[in-house]
Design a protein around this ligand. Structure first.
Ligand code: ATP
Ligand code: MG
Length: 447
C-alpha cells in the first residue's frame, strides 16, 4: 500500500458516497511506484465537471472545456479530470475535440508514456496498469503508449517530454520511442514557446541537465530549439580549456546549483557568443565588444524567443556580462568596492556560483571548496564596514548641494557621480564637510 495524503482519501470517499469512480493518475502514481512521495494529487473520475462542482464546497473551474476542475480541500488543490479521450490532432498541438468516456482504461490510452498511464483506484488502492507501466518504471524505461511515431505526430511536445523525463528521472528512452523523435521535429516546431519553456525549466531544475541537452543534440532537437548552442559544437576554447564550447557550457550548467534557474541559465549561455567572436577573429573583423558582452546580447535574444520574463532575462544577462573578472590579492579595497558596485550586491552570490560552475566546466571536475574564498572574505570585509556603495549612501544629497547654490539638473548629477567615485576610492572622504568642499570646487570648474 502506498502513502496517500489523508485529505485525498477523504475526497475519494466523498466521490464514492455519490457512486462515482475516482483514480489517482499521472505523475503521482509514477512517483509512488518509484517509492517516492507524490508532489501533486491529480484525479480522474467518471463524474462530469458539474457533478464534481456539486459535490464539494470549493471548486475552481480551471479547464471546464477539457473536463478539468480543481477541488480545494483541507489545504490541497486537487486537479480532477473527467475520463476523456482525445479526437484527432490536426495541428500537432492540441486535440480538435475531446470526448468524455466511461472507463479509466479509455482515459489511460490517451496518455503519453507507459509510466504515466497508471491509475490507482481510490480509496482501496487497486492499481490499473494496462500498458505494463509498473514494469517499465522498475526497468527505468520511457516508452510511448502505442506507436511512438503516431503519438509524437499528435502532439509535438511529447518528444521533449520524453527527453525531460529522461534527465529528471535518470531513465532511458526505449529505442523505438527514441528513434521516433527525429522525424517528429517538424511537429515540435509548431508547439507554443510557453509549453516548450516549461519543459526546459524542468530540465534545468534536474540533477544533470546535460543528459537532456545531449539527447537533444543526438535527436536534432537542439538544432531546432537552441541552434545557438548547437553552433558551439566543435568550437575550440582558448587557453586551458580541454572541452569544446558546447561541452564546456553543458558541464558548467550541471555544476550550477539546481535550485537557481538564473544561474543554471547563465551557466548554459555564458559563452554562447564565442562562435560569433571566433568567426570574427578568423575574418579579421575588429570590434570593441568583449566576448561576454556578445554572449549577453545573444543570450537575451534567445531568452526573449523562449518568452522568459524580463526580470529573469535582465538577471541572467547581467551575470553573463560581468562573469569575467580576475581577482588577485593585489586588489585594493577600492578595487573590491568597485567590483561590488559593478556587480551589484544582490547579484554577488549568483556571480560566485556562476564562477564556480564555470571553473568546474573548464576543469571537468569539482573545484576545491575554498575556491574564491579570498575574494569572498574581502567582500565581506568591505560590506561589514561603514560603506558607501551607491549615490544614496553619500554624506550629502541633492538638497545639500542645492543649498550650496548648485542648480538641480545635469551638472548636479555629474557632481554627485564624481563625489561617489571619490568615496569609492577613499571612504574617509564621505563626510558632509569634505564632500561639500569638493562639490563647490567641482561646480566652479564646470561653470
Ligand atoms: P510532473 O508533474 O512531475 O511534471 P506529470 O507526469 O504529472 O509529471 P503533467 O504534465 O503534470 O506530468 O501531466 C500529468 C499527466 O497527464 C501525465 O502523467 C500524463 O499521463 C498526462 N499528460 C500530460 N501531458 C501529456 C501530453 N502532452 N500527452 C499525453 N499525455 C500527457
Ligand atoms: Mg503533474
Amino acid at each position: 500500500k502506498f502513502h496517500i495524503h489523508p485529505a485525498v482519501l477523504e475526497v475519494a470517499r466523498i466521490f464514492r458516497k455519490h457512486d462515482k469512480e475516482v483514480y489517482l493518475v499521472g505523475g503521482a502514481v509514477r512517483d509512488l511506484v518509484r517509492g517516492k512521495v507524490a508532489k501533486d494529487w491529480d484525479l480522474a473520475t467518471n463524474a462530469k465537471p458539474e457533478e464534481v462542482q456539486a459535490m464539494f464546497h470549493r471548486v475552481i473551474p480551471t479547464g471546464i472545456k477539457h473536463g478539468t476542475v480543481t477541488i480545494l480541500f483541507k489545504g490541497l488543490s486537487i486537479e480532477t479530470t473527467t475520463f476523456r479521450t482525445e479526437g484527432t490532432y490536426s495541428d500537432g498541438r492540441r486535440p480538435d475535440t475531446i470526448h468524455f468516456t466511461h472507463t479509466i482504461e479509455e482515459d489511460l490510452s490517451r496518455r503519453d508514456f507507459t509510466m504515466n498511464a497508471l491509475a490507482l483506484e481510490l480509496p482501496e488502492q487497486r492499481l490499473v496498469d494496462p500498458y505494463n507501466g509498473q514494469k517499465d518504471i522498475q526497468n527505468r524505461i520511457i516508452r510511448c503508449v502505442g506507436d511512438a511515431a503516431e503519438r509524437f505526430y499528435e502532439d509535438g511536445l511529447r518528444p521533449l517530454r520524453a527527453i525531460r523525463f529522461a534527465s529528471q528521472l535518470l531513465f532511458t528512452i526505449e529505442p523505438h520511442t527514441l528513434k521516433a523523435i527525429g522525424p517528429a521535429l517538424t511537429i515540435t516546431a509548431k508547439v507554443s514557446m510557453e509549453r516548450i519553456r516549461d519543459e526546459l525549466d524542468k530540465i534545468l531544475a534536474s540533477e544533470q541537465p546535460s543528459l537532456a541537452f545531449r539527447l537533444m543534440e543526438t535527436t536534432g532537437m537542439l538544432n531546432l530549439l537552441l541552434p545557438e548552442l548547437q553552433a558551439c559544437r566543435g568550437v575550440e576554447q582558448k587557453g586551458f580549456h580541454q572541452f569544446d564550447v558546447l561541452d564546456h557550457l553543458l558541464l558548467s550548467c550541471d555544476a550550477a546549483p539546481k535550485d537557481k534557474l538564473q544561474v543554471r541559465l547563465a551557466a548554459l549561455l555564458h559563452d554562447i557568443g564565442k562562435p560569433v567572436v571566433r568567426a570574427q577573429d578568423e575574418l579579421g573583423i575588429w570590434t570593441f565588444y568583449r566576448h561576454e558582452e556578445v554572449s549577453a546580447k545573444l543570450a537575451r535574444t534567445i531568452m526573449i524567443r523562449l518568452k522568459y520574463p524580463n526580470a529573469l532575462i535582465d538577471q541572467v544577462c547581467h551575470l553573463i556580462s560581468v562573469h569575467m573578472f580576475h581577482y588577485d590579492e593585489n586588489w585594493t579595497d577600492a578595487a573590491v568596492r568597485r567590483f561590488i558596485v559593478r556587480v551589484g550586491e544582490s547579484a554577488l552570490e549568483d556571480l560566485l556560483d556562476l564562477r564556480r560552475a564555470d571553473t568546474w566546466g573548464t576543469a571537468g571536475r569539482e573545484p576545491p571548496a575554498n575556491l574564491n574564498q579570498d575574494l569572498v572574505d574581502r567582500i565581506q570585509e568591505v560590506l561589514s564596514k561603514d560603506k558607501a556603495l551607491s549615490i544614496k549612501d553619500l554624506a550629502v544629497n541633492g538638497e545639500d548641494l542645492a543649498l550650496l547654490g548648485i542648480p538641480r539638473g545635469p551638472v548636479m548629477g555629474r557632481i554627485l557621480k564624481e563625489l561617489f567615485e571619490t568615496v569609492l576610492d577613499d571612504p574617509e572622504q564621505n563626510t558632509k564637510e569634505r564632500l561639500s568642499y569638493i562639490a563647490e570646487q567641482l561646480y566652479k570648474k564646470y561653470q
